[in-house]
Ligand binder design. Structure first.
Ligand code: AHR
Length: 658
């Protein structure tokens, strides 16, 4: 049956009539600059660092030789990828002319008992040279033409005859990029050093150590570092990655984790004393994420990095219980627990003791006679709520309070937004309780008021690990909304850190979301990174009280747009942050009451993009903040585009506070 004429006309009209735009959302923000605002804690924005996804060994730690100490634990392959590791991983034999190399691992007479493995290399066959080559992390070393690389190794002859091995950088085609012959060594271990300067750049170089004259030699702790490291440190950090971290302007750095703190069983826990002293004396460990930790980036290097980037160190030590996610779950017995508590006390001595004291002397011998000024110390990471943990944790707190009164203790409230151990933290009276959650973006938007009505007594909150399971714009905006809530509640939430920080594109165990991605030569910052950087570098010293009105949704629920207003007397600037997770733009009418606002040189920084937009190696700046001049004043309006974050920086004098 054909439609009636009126209905037909209506359909034609509907089709061709201009569409009525949906009404625009208008929000009103009234700032009360004449009211006293809460102080913003100076350490609100910080970073979480863990050796996961190749973050330290093969990542930030600039060492180019993989498995430099022939110490890879044979029992642990890379999680999920089934790669069997062994003390020979990353090494291969080299035989030239008619010679071949027999390669064995020994431990009988090591450089240091704490890292006892070494390579025993013996020649067979006719004349020629023999030795071994290291292919570096992920199949090749990236070296730059003309740049110096510092080689070192412990070497000794394997016979009565002195030997003088040759060290070279070679391209995949076997072409020599750089070569030096080392001074002769006899049958006692000696450290030998050389500088290699490649004549051309190569992304797949290998380090080759060979012997022409002689039949046997031993090698241990073979190292190759670019001379150019962050702040020019020896045993230092990859410059580009360290700079990307520094650019986030963190006020603290949490290290070394994460789950590697408590480890896969007690034997795998990160014991900080294993990570200090000369690198050949550090006791390596397998990594809870399925690879190997040299501990070359150890506690001294972490403290030094904090100093170099101007942030507070926040070490986290194990609480005598192993990771609750790994079977078997283990807890230290009562007697042995004392040693684990002593580790905490000794770490404070290492960081803060005078150079003349026991642990202070260890620090001084490593090149830092001045104390590091440690103030924050975490005990436990995201422990499960078990009687074993509840019994042990208070003992750490009691002793640290007694012996290290200047230290603020960070305890853990467990995994998830339910914070199952928060009651224990309140009972023990720690300074901060550390909560962790990895949730969907919608959770971060819906829970931006999580702390609005929370009680203010008891420990302050440290949101020590969080992420919205993705590195696209929608994740970054959701996290920005949540951050406006944290800034608003920063009288309670004193610190937070996104996690994880780093991930190698070709070696990643935590695939959902990481703040910075990298490969052997490139660094890609995510939309989430841009949010952290924008927010952390525009944090005032006081909160500016405001009223914020936005019409609710049709179902009566809040239309969420994150808003934060802070003022920095130091910078003479007002910072307004907006995060719009909505699919439509929002117009904002801003009214600044109580004086102080000026129009001079205000800027607007916009981070916007489709919800699914992300950055990658092909387009590392697809999503990036754009700054432009902005006309502000006592009252003005602006549009916040859909799925965007906007930061206004308005130069402004301190207002008269009544
Ligand atoms: O950030 C990755 C992991 O997530 C951390 O190691 C752990 O604390 C959390 O479960």
């Amino acid at each position: 049956m054909s439609p009636r004429p009126a209905a037909l006309l209506r359909r034609i009209f509907d089709r061709f009539a201009p569409r009525k735009a949906p009404p625009r959302l208008v929000g009103r923000l009234t700032l009360h600059r004449d009211q006293i605002g809460k102080p913003i804690p100076p350490h609100l924005y910080g970073l979480f660092f863990e050796d996961i996804n190749g973050a330290a060994d093969g990542g930030l730690y600039a060492e180019l030789v993989e498995n430099r100490s022939f110490a890879y634990f044979p029992i642990h392959g890379v999680r999920g990828e089934g790669t069997a590791l062994s003390p020979k991983t990353a090494w291969e034999t080299v035989g030239r002319g008619k010679r071949e190399c027999r390669f064995d691992i020994a431990i009988l007479d090591p450089v240091d008992e704490r890292s006892p493995n070494y390579a025993v290399l013996r020649a067979s066959g006719g004349p020629g040279s023999f030795g071994i080559a290291n292919r570096g992390y992920r199949g090749g070393m990236r070296v730059e033409a003309g740049a110096p690389y510092d080689f070192s190794a412990f070497i000794r002859s394997g016979s009565a005859m002195s030997v003088a091995p040759t060290v070279a950088l070679e391209g995949p085609d076997g072409q020599i990029l750089a070569r030096e012959t080392l001074a002769a060594v006899s049958s006692a271990w000696e450290k030998r050093e050389a500088v290699l300067i490649p004549r051309r750049s190569e992304s797949r170089a290998r380090l080759v150590v060979t012997l022409d004259i002689g039949d046997a030699f031993h090698l241990a702790h073979v190292s190759l570092f670019p001379r150019e490291t962050f702040h020019g440190r020896r045993n230092g950090l990859r410059k580009d990655l360290a700079q990307a971290i520094a650019d986030l302007k963190p006020r603290f750095l949490r290290f070394p984790g994460g789950c590697i703190v408590h480890g896969d069983g007690l034997a795998n826990a990160y014991r900080w004393k294993d990570s200090v002293g000369p690198i050949e004396s550090r006791r390596p460990n397998w990594n809870r994420w399925g690879y190997h930790q040299t501990y070359g980036l150890g506690f001294f290097e972490y403290f030094q990095f904090c100093e170099d980037i101007g942030c507070e160190p926040m070490p986290i030590l194990p609480a005598g219980v192993s990771c609750g996610f790994s079977k078997p779950f283990q807890a230290v017995g009562d007697e042995a627990l004392e040693a684990w508590i002593q580790d905490c006390v000794d770490l404070v001595a290492f960081a803060n003791g005078p150079a003349s004291s026991g642990w202070g002397a260890v620090r001084a011998a490593m090149g830092h006679p001045e104390p590091f000024g440690l103030k924050l110390l975490g005990v436990g990471n995201e422990e499960h709520d078990t009687p074993a943990f509840r019994k042990r944790f208070p003992k750490f707190v009691e002793r640290l309070r007694r012996e290290c009164p200047g230290i603020e203790i960070i305890g853990t409230s467990g995994l998830g937004p339910e914070a199952p151990l928060a009651d224990l933290m309140a009972q023990t009276g720690v300074s901060y309780t550390d909560e962790h959650y990895y949730m969907e973006p919608a959770w971060f938007v819906e829970n931006h008021r999580r702390f609005d009505g929370a009680k203010r007594e008891g420990p302050k909150v440290y949101v020590g690990e969080y992420a919205s399971r993705g590195n696209a714009m929608e994740n970054a905006v959701a996290e920005a909304v949540y951050l406006t809530g944290l800034e608003r509640n920063s009288d309670l939430v004193a610190m937070h850190s996104y996690a994880p920080l780093l991930a190698h594109y070709d070696f990643c165990q935590w695939k959902h979301a990481n703040l910075i991605w990298f490969d052997d030569g490139r660094v890609v910052t995510t939309p989430n990174y841009h949010v952290q950087r924008l927010f952390a570098s525009h944090l005032g010293e006081t909160w500016v009280p405001h009223d914020w009105n936005l019409p609710p949704r049709a179902d009566g629920r809040e239309t969420v747009v994150g808003v934060s207003s802070t003022y920095s007397a130091r910078e003479g600037a007002l910072f307004l942050k907006f995060a719009n997770p909505q699919a439509s733009p929002v117009d904002i009418e801003v009214d600044i009451r109580g004086g102080g606002a000026t129009t001079a040189a205000a800027t607007r920084t916009l981070l916007a993009g489709p919800p699914e937009a992300t950055n990658d190696l092909a387009a590392p700046n697809r999503v990036a903040p754009v700054e432009e001049p902005f006309q502000a004043g006592p009252s003005f309006s602006l549009e916040i585009p859909p799925c965007s974050v906007v930061l206004l920086r308005i130069p402004s004098k301190s207002p008269e506070i009544r």
